[in-house]
Ligand binder design. Structure first.
Ligand code: PHE
Length: 412
């Protein structure tokens, strides 16, 4: 029953989105499906490929591309991020645009698939001639889209992909969030010091770069804090029966389970764990961040996840953002919405400083971002084109995240 209502509500979200996409056609947003694969070899690795010189295209508007999972099992990631970006675009246009040009946002749905991400990014750059790309949320999709941006010399800012490899692709690729070696440490520290548990299990998605990387980062950090992982279990994309893994965890006598996955699986894992009588805390990372956690009912009560932001943060800029977002979309912004908003703002700030709109100049200006006061914290793009920021830990209370703790960024 919970699953059914979850499916229905995501369909409703999609229907509402399509309508709002049409309505926004004359405004700042345009939504399209990435569609059939584009011709040519657009995939593959572009690690450290030097980006070509791209002249600044002449155009009446500042074209901005976004590729996102607007549908599929991570649909709330894409929709929230796009909402955050649209809000930033609207504000920018109200304030005169970028260097006098109106910002035009073009968003493509990649259905949560890496290959569709390659298609979407290629189309944004080659057909729509965007000056910059925002995306993706999921690291595996940023790892697919990033090399295309690098090879074609167009800057990409990931709002929220935390796997370290995402920005290693080259100088065109940056992000406005922290990375997973830190996030793994945050989870481990919270478990060891706040929950005071030292013996646990992990259950991760071996098919996702984010999940398997964060699993390793957590284990390493937890061992350094004196803890041990006594059962390590894995699943794959699309799996929905976790009873074998959960039974093994139960037999091992774990005190908690670290679940570095995405919300759709987390909801299923929590419900199935309770059914098996496993009443231990689940702890996870930012991939839990979704309004759909509500579909777990009370199965996630007493569970925690690390994240980039809390809507309860009393900083005035956060509260103002929450108010504006609520007025526009009728709900509280999650971390994805805040990061989408921040990524767009950082891009506009960089564009205003850049000597030209060429890919090289724009990327250099983005990479020179320093102490930008954003919703998710103060952003400086470091030498590896990552941001170092504090993390928060949120407690799930009847499907709604509540602020629990702040874990500060490492000092260097
Ligand atoms: N960090 C996740 C990844 O890299 C994506 C994510 C970020 C999901 C923030 C939810 C919130 O795949």
């Amino acid at each position: 029953m919970f699953t059914l209502s979850g499916v229905r509500s995501s369909k409703l979200t999609l229907a509402a989105l399509l309508v709002s996409g049409l309505a926004a056609f004359s405004g700042c947003g345009e939504k399209k499906d990435a569609g059939a694969p584009a011709g040519g070899n657009t995939g593959g690795s572009a690690a450290n490929t030097p980006a070509p010189e791209t002249p600044a295209p002449e155009g009446a508007s500042f074209k901005l591309g976004h590729y996102a999972s607007l549908t599929g099992s991570e649909a709330t990631f894409g929709v929230s991020t796009d909402n955050g970006i649209k809000l930033a675009v609207e504000e920018q246009n109200a304030a005169g645009g970028v260097k006098g040009k109106k910002v035009e946002l073009i968003t493509y749905d990649n259905q949560g698939k890496p290959q569709e991400s390659v298609t979407a990014v290629t189309r944004l750059i080659q057909q729509d001639k965007v000056l910059a790309v925002l995306g993706e949320v999921a690291s595996s999709r940023s790892l697919a889209g990033g090399p295309v941006c690098q090879r074609l010399g167009v800057p990409m800012i990931s709002p929220s992909s935390t796997n370290p490899d995402v920005t290693a692709v080259g100088d065109m690729i940056s992000r406005v969030c922290f990375i997973d070696p830190f996030q793994g440490y945050v989870g481990a520290k919270f478990v060891a010091e706040n929950l005071k548990k030292i013996k646990g299990a992990t259950l991760y998605n071996r098919a996702q770069a984010y999940s398997s990387g964060l699993n390793t980062n957590f284990k390493e950090a937890f061992a350094k804090l004196g803890g041990s992982v006594i059962s390590e279990q894995a699943y794959s994309d699309g799996d929905n029966d976790f009873s074998a893994q959960l039974s093994a965890i139960k037999a091992a006598g774990a005190e908690f389970i670290y679940v570095p996955g995405y919300y759709t699986e987390v909801v299923n894992i929590a419900k199935q764990a309770r059914k098996l009588g496993l009443n231990l805390p689940l702890v996870g990372g930012d991939g839990w961040d979704s309004e759909e956690l509500k579909n777990a009912g009370d199965a996630l009560n007493g569970c925690y996840f690390s994240n980039h932001y809390s809507h309860e943060d009393p900083r005035p800029e956060v509260q103002e953002f929450v108010k504006k977002y609520q007025a526009k979309y009728g709900k509280v912004p999650d971390g994805l919405a805040a990061l989408g908003y921040d990524a767009a703002k950082i891009l506009f700030d960089a564009a205003a400083r850049a000597p030209s709109m060429s890919g090289k100049d724009l990327a250099a200006a983005i990479n020179a971002t320093k102490d930008y006061q954003a919703i998710t914290g103060k952003i400086t793009i470091d030498a590896n084109r990552n941001a170092q920021k504090d993390a928060v830990v949120l407690e799930v209370v009847n499907g709604v995240p509540k602020y629990a703790a702040t874990i500060p960024a490492p000092k260097n």
